[in-house]
Design a protein around this ligand. Structure first.
Ligand code: ADP
Ligand code: MG
Length: 725
């Protein structure tokens, strides 16, 4: 405690910017931006024209990659990278751990005459073969056939990473098993974009909206994180190993003053943020916003939204960059969803829309009645999607760490609902009643492609308590955890939207039979039907309130509070059917994911619980025991000397708490020794037994923290970790 605190304070007092300040006037951000990306511009300049054109077709129009061009692309990529000092290339992939993985290979190959040449063939670009056996497969393959392949994702550009000690070329890839099953987050995302395009195009065609580019999804992830001085982390095994504090009494001052949100950014933190942005600019990642968040020590970084697959890769890089740059500033970036109990946790708001660069967002009401009707159809599709598959959406954000955050009065509850805002909710209500003649805001409103009046852009107030809120031209999904990949939720959303759009296209095609004069009536009918069947999901009130929990139950909305409650949804018949019909994930792939995520849940809790026992026994118990000894000795001395202070109420409190602590540690150890059958059984047991046992150990320890002499308490406390920066 003492030493860590002193080190942290001296780190702040002696803080000097490392090296020269970043010079944005010599290298303009516009020049910096994307300078390490094998971008469209680079490709146009360096690739033979026909090869460039062929590649563009794949990138922009989703056409099949022509493998014969790979050698030329690889060669040009290699030259470009080597000019920039790269020695290695690496296939970057995104295994189901949620992390980013990379396998490096040198460009150099011996020429057989004692020298070496740089080589990078199309074959090496298109396909890599990392040993897949150390990545979770959830039973998809046995170790003796552990081969996995990484396959070049042409739609996410290659880039160069500069480390202080070297430069290497990175190639974003999908990671699949020997037999072609998805072992990663990217593969299903790419697959889900195909069905989203197919079904969106069907609906657009009915409206006579033509577009050459495929319809895709857009994602804008707002990323929250904590920064604390590194000195503290070295003295907190829990932060070091688990990424969150397993102990810690509440600080005297928390976030109740609400003086942190958008407050002045501390100097060291600002320097850190600028370097993060500097790095991300080079990678062509459009970071835009930086600010303090609600909790002390909490901040946010947000990029401008991008095509979903790209945004997902970029978010992985944002997380990596936050972590690595923090170290250079003597800090640690915590991406855990709940690093400090009683203090706001960190989430990732996933802003999601559907569209392309010709159409913009299809969740944008637009200015003309035609656009409005089309908008209402896509919006109704989202309402139906979340009502039908809310449990799936919930399952995509299930993890041991996010369980601490969801429903904790700072983040949306585990109940999925859709917030529309007052005006839009009113419009849909009118449609449901079959009478769109009047709206609260507009007097005469008629449904139909030709007649619907323009809807205003910002259709309502912000509601921060809703997990899925309409915000003018997109939906904001707020339940994603700060450390999670944003792929899973997009896969689910794309699949759910495909299903709704397919339903709508079927209905409209049947009702119009190719006669566009029947479209207005058909649109009205299908939206009306959707609202009759699915408007139970629409909720504009306070999602944090007790009443909503009760009301949601009467509406039949699932409330999957914990990860073991939520993950089994992945293999329910509805979900298997949904992912199966669009070839996004097979039943076996879904089962493997469920297994892996449950395993991760169990491993996380087991690690934390073991660490907790260790810390309780070797750090907290000894400190309290010593203090008890000191108090007892002092009391005895006082008694012998006839001093007034011969008995100490604190001595009794400490002694009693030590008894409780010892008991609770024993209970937790017993829980940990239990054998629990299959993974789901194990996870459920941990959820029901280990978590409460951990809380009990913590309660005793935290009570001791408020009693034991500060100089005997070696764990840095909440107030110093949160306020010294
Ligand atoms: P707020 O903090 O008020 O929610 P911000 O502007 O900070 O809003 O962040 C919103 C995020 O939503 C940004 O990443 C932004 O680029 C993104 N966004 C805006 N429009 C769209 C859209 N049509 N689709 C997806 N994301 C979007
Ligand atoms: Mg937001």
């Amino acid at each position: 405690g003492i030493q860590a605190r002193l080190n942290a304070i001296s780190a702040i007092i002696n803080y000097k910017p490392a090296g020269a300040p970043l010079n944005f006037s010599e290298t303009k951000p516009t020049e910096l931006y994307g300078c390490n990306v094998f971008s469209d511009k680079v490709m146009r300049e360096r690739l033979p024209k026909n090869i460039y054109k062929s590649l563009k077709k794949t990138i922009e129009h989703g056409e099949k990659l022509d493998a014969s061009i790979a050698d030329a692309v690889a060669n040009s990529m290699k030259d470009w990278a080597i000019e920039r000092g790269a020695t290695h290339f690496t296939h970057v992939f995104y295994p189901l751990t949620g992390m980013t993985a990379e396998k490096h290979d040198a460009f150099l190959v011996p020429d057989g005459k004692g020298s070496a040449i740089a080589e990078f063939s199309g074959k090496l670009l298109i396909q890599g073969e990392p040993d897949a056996s150390s990545f979770p497969s959830g039973g998809l393959r046995t170790t003796f056939e552990a081969r996995g392949y990484t396959a070049w994702d042409v739609t996410s550009p290659a880039f160069i990473l500069e480390n202080p000690n070297g430069v290497f070329l990175c190639i974003p890839t999908a990671f699949v098993s020997w037999t072609g099953e998805a072992l990663d987050k990217k593969t299903p995302l790419l697959r889900s974009l195909q069905s989203l395009n197919t079904q969106s195009q069907r609906v657009l065609k009915l409206f006579g909206t033509n577009t050459k580019a495929p319809v895709t999804c857009y994602a804008g992830p707002e990323q929250e994180y904590f920064l604390i001085d590194r000195n503290f982390v070295f003295n907190r095994p829990d932060l070091l190993i688990a990424g969150r504090s397993l102990f810690g009494a509440p600080p005297a001052k928390g976030q109740e003053f609400e003086d942190q949100y958008f407050g002045v950014i501390p100097r060291r933190v600002l320097a850190f943020m600028m370097e993060v942005e500097h790095e991300l600019f080079k990678l062509g990642i459009p970071v835009k916003t930086r600010h303090n968040e609600v909790a002390p020590g909490q901040f946010e970084i947000a990029p401008i939204y991008e095509q979903g697959n790209l945004a997902t890769d970029h978010n992985q890089m944002v997380m990596t960059t936050l972590r690595t740059v923090a170290k250079r500033y003597g800090m640690v970036c915590l991406l855990h969803e709940k690093p400090f109990a009683g203090i706001n946790g960190s989430g990732k708001h996933l802003n999601y829309s559907i569209g392309n660069n010709e159409l913009g967002s299809l969740f944008d009401p637009g200015d003309t009645p035609h656009e409005n009707a089309q908008f209402l159809v896509f919006c109704a599709a989202a309402i139906r999607a979340v009502h039908k598959f809310g449990a799936l959406l919930r399952a995509t954000v299930a993890s041991a760490s996010n369980d601490h955050r969801l429903g904790a009065n700072e983040a949306p509850p585990a109940i999925m609902s859709v917030y529309l805002g007052e005006q839009l909710a009113d419009v849909f209500d009118q449609i449901k009643k079959g009478d769109l003649k009047s709206s609260k805001k507009k007097d005469a409103m008629h449904v139909g492609v030709d007649t619907l009046p323009p809807l205003p852009m910002d259709a309502g107030d912000r509601n921060r308590t809703s997990p899925f809120a309409f915000t003018g031209n997109r939906f904001e999904f707020r339940a994603v955890g700060s450390s999670m990949s944003i792929a899973g939720s997009q896969v689910a959303l794309n699949a759910m939207m495909s299903d709704s759009l397919e339903y709508i296209a079927n209905e409209l095609e049947a009702a119009t039979g190719g006669d566009s004069s029947k479209l207005n009536a058909a649109v009205q009918a299908v939206i009306q039907k959707i609202m009759v069947d699915h408007d139970a999901i629409v909720f504009n009130g306070n999602g944090y309130s007790e009443e909503w929990h009760a009301e949601a139950e009467t509406r039949g909305l699932p409330n999957l509070r914990t990860t073991p409650d939520a993950l089994p949804v992945l293999t329910t018949p509805e979900v298997v059917e949904l992912f199966g019909k669009y070839n996004i994930l097979s039943k076996a792939e879904l089962a493997s994911r469920q297994e892996i995520y449950l395993e991760q849940y169990c491993k996380t809790i087991a690690t934390e619980a073991n660490l907790m026992v260790r810390m309780a026994k070797t750090v907290i118990y000894p400190a309290a025991m010593r203090y008890q000894g000191e108090l007892a000795a002092a009391c005895a001395n006082n008694k012998a000397a006839g001093a007034a202070c011969a008995a100490s109420p604190v001595l009794k409190e400490v002694s009693d708490l030590l008894v409780v602590l010892t008991e609770k540690i024993a209970v937790l150890e017993k829980v940990l020794a239990h054998e629990n059958g299959d993974t789901l059984g194990h996870a459920t047991f941990f959820c029901e037994k280990a978590l409460p046992a951990m809380s009990d150990v913590r309660a005793a320890a935290d009570a001791l923290e408020t009693l034991v002499a500060d100089d005997l308490w070696s764990l840095p406390c909440y107030q110093e970790m949160l306020f010294i920066r």
